[in-house]
Design a protein around this ligand. Sequence first.
Ligand SMILES: [Zn+2]
Length: 464
Amino acid sequence: MAKREIAWDLSEMFPSTTDPSVQKAIDDLTELTEKFAARYRGKIKDLSAKELLECIRGYEEYLTRLDRLLNFAWLSFTANMTLPDTQSLRDRVDKMRAELEKMLAFFNIELGYMIYGNPGIVNEEVLRNYQHFLERFLKKVPHQLSESEEKLIIEKDQFGINAWKDLRRVWLNTRTFEVEVKGEKQTVPFGEAYGFTYGPDRSARISGTKSIGSVLAKDGEIFSSALRNICNDWVSVCNRRKYDSLMEASLIDNDVDQQVIDNLLKAIENNTGLFQRYLRLKAKIMNLPKLSGWHDILAPLPDAPDTKFDYEKAKALVIEAYEQFDEDYAFAVKDMFSRNHMDATPRQGKREGAFFSNWYEGKSGYILLSFNETLGDVYGLAHELGHATHAYYYSRGQTILNGPFSLSMAVAETASTFGELLLTDLLLNRSQSDQEKKAIICSDLDGASINASCAFRLRFEQTL
Ligand SMILES: [Zn+2]
């Protein structure tokens, strides 16, 4: 019997990609933006604190409506990039976004000038709810360019870096990969091929890793040329904006100091030996002379009692994991499942990896992942549901600028990692044997490999 496809239902946002209500929302938003620009362009510097509050709220109305359209277009596209309707909608919404951003380029610049010239306004009682947003905003002001330069950058990015990102996604997710599983060749999309690389069958893990590697290597020159140009583009924009370092923009966006990153890197590098010791131990448990690549590092232990988790079993497990911590805390998790906001089945043309996308107006969001029935996938589910839980609360407790539009990755990943730990707690409590406990602890410790990959990426960024 064919498996039930787990695909999300986006109809809470719009009935379909071709429904006339989508174009109406684009037209209405364009009109609202034009009105906002006509009311505030050239006038922000003279606003009182109370008038500034009204202006910020007007801007938030624009963001809220934009968020619905962006989410709908992005999610429709990521679920299947091969459909002409999803491609054309994404194109239309991208163009609209760039036009509206250019129309509103004055907002950031004028707001910047205003609070730079009068920093005391940030402490006005009437603006209290936006104090942190404005303080962070102030840090970006010295790096702003003129309005026409900002507009040029929006245009350049639309057909530059944003187009590169789409090209990479479409390229990767429309390839097919040949993987040998139990002596049989299977031709599968990326999401499924990748699933084999951390599944329980070692020869399928090796075959999946080789297959992905060889498909990527065929176009290695194209990717290295693209990467060089993307990096150079970033370097030239950072220089033009006069950032002290190439990381400064990301640090401001994520509300993190350089010192935190330095300490993090130090902690990772000081403990390299500990992680190596763990990997040697894991090789011994797996009866291997050494772990010969990611296909071994991320492998579940061979004697783990439970290696296959169908979607329903995984769903019950993660709900229980969150409920075990707190009945109310599990509400967002159950809400995500009952509103059918999950897209879990791997398919050709679907975006790789996993993400949670917040939909502010819906006080919810959507999760995309390629669920391949391994323990790692159950952890992936618990992780993304941590983001959903976080979003459930900030969508209700914060305005859109203070919530999703100010979200630091450092904060966001705390909620998701916490979700993973809830799952570990549940699995350990339920485990019947030392073998089972070992398998659960190892799958958690394997996650430390992300630290190593973060350190590589950080070092790479520092060498640009
Ligand atoms: Zn995450």
